[in-house]
Design a protein around this ligand. Structure first.
Ligand SMILES: [Zn+2]
Length: 374
């Protein structure tokens, strides 16, 4: 069985559909929670599934260093290792090598770097990245690329994009023929439309199972990101899934889906949950704030997650302030639940050709802000 993508409906540029894999279906637009070190922090896998997630993201960089891809392979692969039998997408490791390691050297061959954990030396290349992702057993494998830093002038961006396109071909060659597994290429080109077009053309010639819009959510801000998303996804084949890496806040996600993106991932809902930040229909609520200390009301009375069903704002405030583990658990659950409900709302709205009304309502409810203080 191969990995395939079926579009079920479109509304403007937005699409809803299903990616079929041997490990299950992924409803799109899809949000992928991030399981950096073979765990979505503070959540059991069955609870992540209960929020509505069809697929998780795993990080090649973190897993190759600890516990190593070879050890995970010996223990039955990443799905069995972390007790998640549904689809997993792994990144290529390139982005985190560049963002997390101090000592690194970029050459045509790949990137040499020292581990941020123990200082050990490693060499990540397109071939090694494909090998690691194969050992992990990833269902959707990402090509190894250089995420062009922002800002980059035209010449620097071009040099980086061209290197990534050569690495894309090497990734394709090293990936080989693996039925049931997909390889996605990554478009680069920074904020330059001609470079984005050239990158898309090169990737199409190599032929991938899906395509990511890379090099965004790296500090350019929402306006500039949307400017690029106004044209970049259209350059990629419309019959293949399009993935926007590392995005984002709820309003980033809504804007990306409006512009034709099918998949996203971000640490924000899980990371923010651990610091007391909740994403709600009415915007961000900071439960550390003293205004919640005596509040017996739920975080969001319309939310069906355990944090909102069974606990008060006063309790959530207390466990977050006291740094109790259950505070991270409840708020991570709530945030992932909110994100997945948002995705379901987007999918339903696209299917009903009512996305514009959904987006208007989304922004209007947020503009009202949090419920008044008691
Ligand atoms: Zn909730």
């Amino acid at each position: 069985m191969t990995v395939s993508f079926r579009r079920l409906a479109t509304d403007g540029k937005a699409r809803t559909g299903v990616i079929s894999t041997p490990r299950g279906e992924i409803r799109t637009p899809a949000f992928m929670p991030v399981g950096t070190a073979a765990t979505v922090k503070a959540m059991l896998p069955e609870n992540v599934r209960a929020t509505g997630a069809d697929i998780l993201l795993g990080n090649t960089y973190h897993l190759m260093l600890r516990p190593t891809a070879e050890r995970i392979a010996r223990l039955g692969g990443l799905h069995r290792f972390m007790n998640w039998e549904r689809p997993i997408l792994t990144d290529s490791g390139g982005f985190q090598v560049m963002s997390l390691t101090a000592l690194r050297k970029l050459t045509e061959e790949g990137v040499r770097f020292k581990s941020h954990i123990d200082g050990s030396s490693h060499h990540l290349t397109p071939e090694r990245s494909m090998e690691i992702q194969r050992l992990l057993g990833s269902d959707i494998v990402m090509a190894f690329d250089e995420c062009t830093p922002f800002p980059a002038d035209e010449k620097t961006a071009r040099k980086s994009m061209e290197l990534s396109m050569r690495w894309a071909q090497r990734s394709r060659d090293a990936f080989g023929d693996r039925p049931g597994h997909a390889l996605f290429g990554i478009q680069q080109g920074s904020v330059f439309p001609d470079q984005r077009a050239e990158s898309a053309e090169k990737l199409r010639a190599i032929d991938f199972d899906g395509y990511a819009v890379g090099g965004l959510a790296v500090g350019e801000g929402q306006k500039m990101m949307f400017d690029v998303l106004d044209y970049a996804p259209n350059m990629l084949p419309e019959e293949k899934p399009r993935y926007l890496m590392g995005v984002g806040k709820p309003d980033d996600i809504v804007g990306a889906v409006e512009r034709g993106i099918d998949m996203m991932d971000c640490v924000l809902p899980s990371r923010s949950g651990r610091t007391g930040q909740a994403f709600t229909r009415r915007g961000v609520v900071n439960l550390r704030n003293a205004r919640h200390a005596d509040d017996p009301r739920p975080l969001d009375e319309e939310c069906g997650c355990p944090a909102c069903r069974s606990y008060s704002r006063g309790y959530l405030h207390h466990v977050i302030r006291a740094q109790e583990i259950i505070g991270s658990m409840l708020l991570t659950w709530h945030n992932l639940h909110y994100y997945q409900e948002l995705m379901q709302g987007l999918r339903d709205a696209i299917a009903a050709e009512a996305l514009a009304a959904f987006v208007r309502d989304f922004h209007a409810t947020r503009a009202e802000g949090d419920i008044d203080i008691l």
